[in-house]
Structures are given as structure tokens and as C-alpha cells.
Design a protein around this ligand. Structure first.
Ligand code: FAD
Length: 482
């Protein structure tokens, strides 16, 4: 039977675009269908507050993008992508007015942690050394790795809870910095495997940085789209797919969506077991997001914060642990862990001269529609007195508004599903290949597949690799560094 396209990708987030590129690179004809009026999914930048203030609607900082084994193989600079590296990758201020920081240099970061220098090096040095060899295996489905011993060493640390790893530190600085990193998991810090997120983010920081794309996160999407089109790929926007019958004929359809939507669109094509597995898929806590237009830089007490692309607010590990435990138990916390990004400090084109944009969010219970603006601003004011006086305008998203903006953020979950030990490699279901659905030719390629949330494109790459092998008998090698 002849088909209109070899493959269709529904959704143009980083994973949809990575899948489309992988298929197009193999010589297939590929159509991407995006529901929104423009491409990019979690990679969009817009004037959310005042004219001339360019805020990242979703993702802002890209340790996983810069370090992605797949994205690193693409000529994205030739298509306009330029990463900016702030001098301090991430800063973590304390109530006493000073801050712990993550710098690109491993030894410098360790030395700044004083009495925890050796503990930091013991934890991070092996990961930083082994990560380039491990990344293609860790950031994918379960399989026999190329470096089994290194993988075992990494796994023994990564599968621990962040709280248990923190016991190796003595100072409040190292404990706080570590807690802020591990809390990116959106899980309670006593949960197994929360160390993985902290280790991967810190190791990527030391290896490839925590950069922001010049012009905003949309520049990553723009470069991916331009490269895809240069290979001959086609894109249709403004078409939210509601049923399989709306799609042109194709041998493979890859969905950059989550299991809940997949059930709605293609549920009838699946057997009972797979439908049951998808229904049981678990989503995690949500986020409440705020973007500000400011009259000047955030007046942080700790000078290091004024040099940082990312700032984690939450003071001690004890406070962050409480905040994340509360949210995961369905309670709002009034002293939340807050993530901030200060893009215009390093990319002046993002705001009018002398002005700034600020991006931030805190975690909230799944589906919460509570307004956390005041609580977040109070937390910023605590570490930057005078902050409130600088606010010219703000824009907020609660979890329902986020989901309305992008239907992949179910209940405000930005990771496409809980990233705990049970759903780390088996998302969305326990199967030989998590990317293959129960219907021939239908694949899932979103962050609801391994390795999960973040802008890295690895879910899309692996899903396309699976489809190429199943349907065209084409073997695409893992992107390993020579
Ligand atoms: C507030 C926030 C902050 C974040 N910060 C960071 C960060 O700093 N760094 C980082 O690495 N990650 C961050 N993330 C996470 C990151 O954005 C996501 O993990 C990533 O975008 C997931 O990529 P994806 O391709 O799987 O899905 P998405 O990026 O969500 O893309 C899915 C696309 O599919 C489209 N779609 C959905 N349903 C349909 C349909 N039925 N028909 C057609 N199209 C459809 C959507 O419109 C969307 O464009 C953040 C996310 C949020 C929300």
C-alpha cells in the first residue's frame, strides 16, 4: 500500500523534533504535525509581560541540551543556535547572606565548599570522568551498557535518595547546594533515585555548562526546525490531533505526547493490557510559574547570585526537604524551593536597556490552581531585599493554565510523568521497548519515555531509532564520542 509519508510525528517539542530529524536523516519522508500555532513545545520564548521583554514560556536553562549525546551531533550552530555561558552556573544563597555555587570547573566548585571539598570530589569526580561514555546508555532504555563497570558504579550512587547522599557532606553549603540540584526531580528527597537527577545535572555542568540560548529557548527549536527542513522535512502547525483518522497515511506515527492523550487519540488500537498499563501511568507534582519584567537586576545580598544564570532558593537542605515532601504529599508549602533564571543579565537583547526579565517557578501539588505569586515573591525578597520595588509587570501560570497552554503538562507535571525508580526506565509501561506501543507502527517519543523530562531530545532519538529498526531494518548507532 502506498502512503503519503513514511512517518508522521505528532508534536514538535524537542523530542518530536529529534525523532523527526533522526527519521529524515535516514532518508525517509517525514511530516511533523503541531497543535500550537508555532513549533517548539517546551522551547518557546514570548513577550509574556511587557513589549520588549522576552520570557521563556517553559524551559530556560539547558545543561541537558548542551550535553545531549544526540543534539551534540547536529550542526545547530550553523542554524543559528548560540549558547551563552554565565560565569556562575547556579547559585544557592543562605539566610546569612552568602551563597554556595556550581561553577564549570569541578575543582573550583569543590574548593569553594571548604570542608566538603573532598566529599564533593569523591561524589562528582567519577561521574564527571565517566559521564561521556555513560551518557548514551543512561539517557535511553534499559540495555546492556558499553561500560558495565562504570555503569554499575554510577548506578549505585544514582539510585540512592538525595537525602542519603547528603549524609556524605558536613557543611550546610554543600548540603544545600546538593538539595537544590536533586529537587529538580520534583520528588520528595527521601525517594530512591533522586540522587540521579542531582548527579547528572552537576556532572553536565562541569562538562558542558548550564547555558542559555541567545534569544531564548525558542532558538533551540528554531535551529532544530531549520535543520529538519534543510533535510527535506515538512511541518504543519495549528492542527491539534484528536484521532488517528485525521492523519495522512504513513508507515510509522510517532507521538510526542503523554499516555493520557495517547489513550484518547489511539486507545482503540491497543489491546486491553496496554490500555490498562497506560491508564496506570503516574503523573507527578506540578509547577506554578511566574515571569517578571524588572526595572533592574535582582538585588541579591549574596554577590555570587548576581553572576548566576540559575538561582535556587530554599536555604537549607532541611527546608528544601520539607518543601518537596509537602508538595508530594499534596500540601502547599509557604517557604517553597524556588528556581530562578536571570537570562537578560547575560543576553541583553532579552529586555530593554537597563531592564531585566526574570523567570521562576515553585513546585505545587498535582493539579493545584492556588496562586503562589506572593509566596514566591516573598521567598525572593528574603534573599534579595528590595526585589518587589523593581517589579514592572508579571505573568503567571498555574497548573491548569500550563496544561491548557501545552496538553503534555498533565496537572502541571513538566516531566511527562513521575521520574521515580519505577518509571525511570519503564515509562510508559514495562515492555521490551518502551517506545513501541501495542499497535504496529505507532510509537511514543515524548518525555513519557526514557530518559524522561528535560530538553535533550533523547526520547525522540530512541523512539525513531526503534521505528527505523522495526519497520525499515535500519540500524542507527548510539551517538558515542570517538
Ligand atoms: C515551566 C517549565 C520550565 C522548564 N524548565 C526547563 C529547563 O530549564 N530546562 C530543561 O531542560 N527543561 C525544562 N523544562 C522541561 C522541558 O520543557 C520538557 O521536559 C520538554 O519540553 C519535553 O519535551 P517533549 O518533546 O517531550 O514535549 P513538549 O516540549 O511538551 O512538546 C510537545 C508538543 O506536542 C504538541 N502536542 C501535544 N498534543 C498534541 C496533539 N494532540 N496534536 C498536535 N500537537 C500536540 C504540544 O503543543 C507541544 O508543542 C521545563 C518545563 C516547564 C513547563
Amino acid at each position: 500500500m502506498s502512503t503519503e509519508y513514511d512517518a508522521i510525528v505528532v508534536g514538535s517539542g524537542p523530542n518530536g523534533l529529534a525523532a523527526a530529524i533522526t527519521l529524515q536523516q535516514a532518508g525517509l519522508s517525514v511530516l511533523v504535525i503541531e497543535g500550537h500555532s508555532n513549533t517548539g513545545g517546551g522551547l518557546r520564548t514570548a513577550e509574556l509581560t511587557l513589549p520588549g521583554y522576552w520570557s521563556d514560556v517553559c524551559s530556560a536553562i539547558h545543561p541537558m541540551g548542551a550535553g545531549s549525546p544526540f543534539l551534540q551531533t547536529l550542526p545547530l550552530e550553523q542554524f543559528g543556535l548560540e549558547y551563552i555561558h554565565p560565569p556562575v552556573l547556579a547559585a544557592h544563597p543562605f539566610d546569612d547572606g552568602h551563597a554556595a555555587i556550581l561553577k564549570r570547573d569541578l575543582t573550583e566548585t569543590a574548593t569553594l565548599l571548604g570542608n566538603d571539598k573532598d566529599a564533593y570530589l569523591r561524589l562528582l569526580e567519577p561521574v564527571v570522568r565517566d559521564w561521556p561514555g555513560l551518557a548514551p546508555d543512561v539517557l535511553g532504555p534499559l540495555h546492556f551498557p558499553e561500560h558495565p563497570l562504570n555503569m554499575a558504579r554510577f548506578g549505585l550512587q544514582a539510585l540512592r535518595s538525595a537525602q542519603s547522599v547528603a549524609k556524605g557532606f558536613r557543611t550546610k553549603e554543600a548540603k544545600g547546594l546538593w538539595a537544590g540540584m536533586a529537587a529538580h526531580s520534583l520528588l520528595s528527597l527521601d525517594t530512591l533515585s533522586t540522587a540521579a537527577v542531582g548527579l547528572v545535572l552537576m556532572a553536565n555542568g562541569h562538562l558542558t555548562g548550564w547555558p542559555l540560548p541567545k534569544g531564548g529557548s525558542q532558538s533551540i527549536a528554531a535551529a532544530l526546525v531549520a535543520y529538519f527542513k534543510s533535510l527535506g522535512g515538512k511541518i504543519e502547525t495549528g492542527h491539534y490531533v484528536r484521532s488517528l483518522s485525521e492523519l495522512p497515511s504513513a508507515k510509522a506515527i510517532l507521538f510526542d505526547i503523554t499516555p493520557k492523550q495517547l489513550l484518547e487519540i489511539a486507545g482503540e488500537s491497543f489491546n486491553d493490557l496496554y490500555r490498562w498499563q497506560l491508564k496506570k501511568y503516574r503523573y507527578g507534582v506540578g509547577v506554578f510559574k511566574v515571569d517578571w519584567a524588572l526595572n533592574g537586576p535582582v538585588p541579591f545580598t549574596a554577590p555570587e547570585c548576581r553572576q548566576a544564570g540559575t538561582v535556587h532558593l530554599g536555604n537549607t537542605i532541611e527546608e528544601i526537604t520539607r518543601s518537596e515532601a509537602d508538595v508530594n504529599a499534596g500540601r502547599l508549602n509557604d517557604s517553597p524551593y524556588v528556581l530562578l533564571a536571570q537570562q537578560s543579565l547575560f543576553d541583553p537583547g532579552r529586555a530593554p536597556e537597563g531592564k531585566q526579565v526574570l523567570w521562576g517557578y515553585c513546585h505545587v501539588p498535582h493539579g493545584s490552581t492556588a496562586d503562589r505569586t506572593e509566596i514566591i515573591e516573598k521567598q525572593i525578597e528574603r534573599f534579595a531585599p528590595g526585589f518587589r520595588d523593581l517589579i514592572l509587570d508579571r505573568h503567571t501560570f498555574n497548573t491548569a493554565q500550563l496544561e491548557e497552554y501545552n496538553p503534555n503538562y498533565i496537572g502541571g507535571d513538566i516531566n511527562g510523568g513521575i521520574l521515580d525508580i519505577w518509571q525511570l526506565f519503564t515509562r510508559p509501561a514495562l515492555r521490551i521497548s518502551p517506545y513501541r506501543t501495542a499497535a504496529k507502527g505507532l510509537y511514543l517519543c515524548s518525555s513519557s519515555t526514557p530518559p524522561g523530562g528535560g530538553v535533550h531530545g533523547m526520547c525522540g532519538f530512541h523512539a525513531a531509532r526503534r521505528a527505523l529498526k522495526d519497520l525499515w531494518h535500519i540500524n542507527v548507532p548510539l551517538p558515542r564520542k570517538a
